[in-house]
Write a protein that binds this ligand. Structure first.
Ligand code: ADP
Ligand code: MG
Length: 421
């Protein structure tokens, strides 16, 4: 079938003609459709059996342009190939932590997947101050398995490069390279910022030490093909409830630095922490929830590093470095030191990518929902100025970072004594 964009009517026809969907929706099933696209790029429809609404699916289709910008902003539909390939790969590596894939059609640039109708997009739940007892366990399993098992630590060089070749994703990479690491830090007409931040913005754009650091992080993003990363792992790409966690929307996935995914997640959690200066008026409630979020940041890093090290020690199958290489008296200790250094470097790079992302969210075109929903610009500036202070320090101090408390300490220092207007 040649490509055409679907709408609420044609989606029904389309699904009824897909043999793979017959099990879920047998011939003659009455279907209802609702469009729920709230992301930036694509169309998302929820399709339900009218009689048994629990029998449902999500159809996501890529348009030949960026949905929120319109036809004047073309973007290759090939992005759906990366999304499908990543969902299928992750379903092998971390089943249960992503939506199941029911069907896909690359001519039509679409995927049909499990509908997460008992889940909520995580940034909304965190602004509503909900707590999730299993989130740290789930997300660290997602991170360790999706990163470790696609890296040179587990795969042979041949296996890794074969997989990497399927994930050369230049157009979506270019978006991240421009809008995260470049445009926010120079004159560019797409930049948006709160006018109350004029002075801070100008200062960042002309701060040579910062500009060098950001240039180094961009280089890492462009060239460190360590693992198959999600590459958009903020809390808008996670849906969850009390028992269950799912990561979705992996269309940006490519072979990049492991630290980028960790950075996207931790930095986003700290931004939500800052957003509560505006979202939560009651001081006691606010402080308690902010402490919960920082504890989550600490636990995610500590659990990730523990599981990553353990998984590596037990599954050292990859070409970097084979078991025999460490087979000499003192080799076990040397291998342990190699792992320790590797993981510490991931943390330092997390600070670098995370620091860049704090700044780009404040200076560039794309904010995050938790911040952009703060209507009062005065209140928003409190969170935004703190984000800039923290971002600068994560970047500038990244090479001295030894453990997660160093990163959290910067957040604590830069938020101490904040007065809410
Ligand atoms: P985009 O690629 O345009 O960013 P997303 O994948 O983020 O699109 O999806 C947009 C929205 O659609 C999500 O924020 C979520 O509300 C909804 N959505 C996406 N996938 C699912 C799913 N499998 N189940 C339920 N809702 C979904
Ligand atoms: Mg999205």
């Amino acid at each position: 079938m040649s490509y055409k964009t679907l709408d609420e009517t044609s989606v029904i026809d389309y699904i009824q003609n897909r043999p793979a969907m017959r099990t879920l929706f047998p011939a003659g099933t009455d279907l209802s459709v609702e469009e729920v696209s709230d992301g930036n790029l694509n169309m998302v429809f929820i399709v339900k059996n009218v009689r048994h609404p629990k029998e449902n699916a999500v159809l996501k289709q890529a348009l030949p342009y960026i949905r929120i910008l319109g036809e004047s902003s073309p973007l290759t539909r090939e992005r759906m190939r990366f999304e499908v390939q990543a969902l299928l790969k992750q379903n092998e590596l971390v089943p249960g932590l992503i939506p199941r894939v029911y069907d896909h059609d690359l001519d039509m640039s679409l995927v049909i997947m499990e509908c997460l109708d008992e889940h909520e997009v995580m940034h909304k739940s965190l602004v509503a101050r909900q707590r999730f007892p299993y989130f740290v366990e789930h997300i660290t399993t997602f991170l360790v398995n999706s990163l470790f098992y696609t890296s040179d630590l587990y795969l042979t060089g041949l296996e890794k490069k074969e997989l990497q070749a399927k994930f050369i994703n230049p157009h979506l990479c270019k978006i991240q390279e421009d809008f995260i690491y470049t445009n926010p830090f120079m004159e560019s007409e797409d930049n948006r910022w709160n006018p109350r931040l004029d002075q801070e913005v100008q200062e960042v754009r002309s701060h040579s030490e910062l500009k060098l650091a950001i240039a180094e992080m961009k280089h890492a993003y462009m060239t460190h093909a360590e693992a198959l990363i999600h590459s958009d792992l903020h809390t808008g790409s996670i849906m969850l409830n009390q028992d269950d966690t799912r990561v979705f929307d992996p269309e940006f996935s490519f072979y990049g630095p492991m630290a980028y995914d960790m950075a996207a997640l931790l930095q986003n959690l700290v931004l939500i922490h800052l957003s509560h200066y505006a979202h939560t008026a009651n001081r006691e409630e606010r402080e308690s929830y902010q402490a919960y979020l920082l504890e989550m940041v600490r636990n995610i890093w500590n659990e990730f590093s523990r599981k990553f090290d353990q998984t590596w020690a037990a599954n050292n199958r990859g070409d970097l470095m084979p078991r025999k290489y460490w087979d000499y008296p003192g080799g076990d200790e040397a291998f342990a030191a190699f792992r320790h250094n590797y993981i510490t470097r991931i943390l330092q790079e997390t600070a670098g990518h995370g620091g860049t992302k704090f700044l780009r969210r404040m200076l560039g075109i794309v904010s995050v929902w938790a911040i952009s929903t703060i209507e009062d610009p005065e209140k928003r500036a409190v969170a935004e100025k703190a984000a800039i202070r923290i971002g600068k320090r994560w970047l500038l101090e990244r090479k001295q970072i030894r453990n997660i408390d160093d990163l959290i300490g910067i957040v604590a220092e830069e938020t101490e004594g904040i007065v809410v207007p």
